[in-house]
Design a protein around this ligand. Structure first.
Ligand code: SAM
Length: 222
């Protein structure tokens, strides 16, 4: 199979199943125009996040890694009117683009974008009693994934869902020497998922518009 075929199938699914709409396409367009890197989830991955949040009945969602707010919009649309999503972003320019995209999607009432290194904004969130969260989506710097998983366990309730993106990294997960600190961060996180008795987890490979990657999915059991 080639990248061209993976993208064609993604396109077919998008047209058939309506995984995106004008607000989501506008968020992508504006993110591209503002020079953000093309590393958001695909339409179907976003839709999967949305469905997971709905299946979980999530009322509070935490996202680590906002970029232009594309996955944020998918997730926030799963919330009830009084639901809340907090998304953490390091780069002020990314946060600014995300805020505009979120406003255009009509979601300002339930989404808050916080700027700064997540390892600094997470303790603030805890001090404010910002949780407990029903779903956490981890999609920022891979070398800090082990810390983000620990923070998820502190801030999310029993029964919460944790989704970790990019756990395959085009196969680098098997080759940390080639994949560097990113692959090492992912491997350490997968080992934590495997051994922590409070978590039941799996990992799934994916292909599509963004090439070969995958996500890990966990539920907090205790
Ligand atoms: N979740 C987004 C989506 O699918 O639309 C994509 C997020 S992108 C893969 C990762 C984002 O994490 C980037 O915008 C990057 O600036 C941000 N990031 C990187 N390191 C971070 C850190 N230490 N704290 C918070 N955000 C960080």
């Amino acid at each position: 199979m080639s990248q061209q075929q993976w993208s064609a199938v993604d396109g077919y699914f998008t047209d058939l199943l309506g995984a995106d709409d004008e607000a989501l396409r506008a968020a992508q367009r504006e993110s591209d125009a503002a020079g953000l890197p093309p590393i958001a989830v695909t339409a179907h991955q976003g839709r999967l996040l949305h469905l997971l949040a709905r299946i979980r009945g999530a009322r509070r969602i935490l996202e680590i890694g906002t970029l232009g707010g594309y996955s944020t919009i998918h997730l926030a649309r799963a919330l009830p009117e009084d639901g809340r999503l907090v998304t953490l972003e390091y780069a002020p320019h990314h946060a600014e683009v995300a805020r505009a995209n979120i406003a255009r999607a009509g979601l300002v009432d339930r989404v808050e974008v916080r700027v700064g290194p997540a390892l600094e904004t997470l303790p603030v969130l805890e001090a404010e009693d910002g949780g407990p969260f029903d779903l956490v989506f981890i999609d920022a710097d891979k070398d800090n994934y082990p810390h983000y998983l620990e923070w998820s366990l502190r801030l999310a309730r029993v029964g919460a869902v944790i989704v970790l993106d990019n756990v395959v990294l085009g196969g680098d997960v098997l080759d940390p020497a080639a994949g560097g600190v990113r692959a090492q961060g992912v491997r350490t996180t997968l080992e934590l998922l495997a051994k922590d008795p409070r978590l039941d987890a799996t990992a799934v490979q994916t292909v599509g518009d963004k090439g070969w990657d995958g996500f890990a999915l966990a539920v907090i059991t205790g």
